[in-house]
Ligand binder design. Structure first.
Ligand code: IMP
Ligand code: MG
Length: 184
């Protein structure tokens, strides 16, 4: 258990099991991902779409390290039906106002678990005739069942634990932690 004053001040006294990715490890990896993205799109319009809410910190660090013109917009997706047994049906609660047609679209997600939501989202966005459509995920639990969404850019392979911090939450808590921790 990690119960340094620095951690406890931020969590309200709740210890975390371990820090899985610390600040400098994340920063270094995000810079490398941004370099890969810059190199992967030598031409054309690139629209970076952040999937809210979990991607907000990752997205803000990532876009500032991409060294080419981009547009940034957001998506809010909602799965409906029985929450425990994901039906895989997805609906856009906030639809990006930016046109997708003819553009490279890079969907930015915090963490891939079953990958079901993203798989559906890709079909939905693909129907809008983008020039290309790819996913950048900070973390991949590699648990995704078939059909698995193809992840073009991945930050880290994640352990099969419940992770919080750097945008990831537990009931909206812990998103602000500057590191990624195992809560259990
Ligand atoms: P999927 O559709 O099953 O891949 O679910 C992915 C979503 O579940 C992510 O966008 C997160 O919001 C949430 N999620 C999955 N694993 C974790 C975790 O370890 N911590 C926090 N949220 C998670
Ligand atoms: Mg999410």
């Amino acid at each position: 258990m990690l119960s340094t004053p620095d951690v406890l001040r931020r969590t309200g006294g709740r210890p975390v099991r371990s820090i899985v990715f610390d600040q400098s490890t994340i920063a270094e990896r995000v810079q490398a991902l941004a370099s890969d993205i810059t190199a992967a799109y030598p031409d054309g319009d690139l629209l970076v779409l952040g999937l809210l809410k979990g991607s907000f910190i990752f997205l803000s660090d990532l876009v500032r390290a991409i060294e080419r013109p981009i547009q940034v917009d957001f998506l809010v997706a909602s799965s409906y039906g029985n929450k425990k047994v994901s039906s895989g049906t997805v609906r856009l609660v906030y639809d990006p106002e930016t046109r997708l047609e003819g553009k490279h679209i890079l969907l930015v997600e915090d963490i891939i678990d079953t990958g079901k939501t993203l798989q559906r989202l890709m079909l939905l966005l693909g129907a809008r005739r983008p020039r290309s459509l790819a996913i950048c995920a900070l973390l991949d639990k590699e648990l995704a069942t078939e059909p698995r969404p193809e992840l073009r850019f991945v930050g880290f392979k994640a352990p099969p634990a419940f992770l919080v911090g750097y945008g990831l939450d537990h009931a909206e808590n812990f998103r602000h932690l500057p590191f990624i921790a195992d809560l259990e």
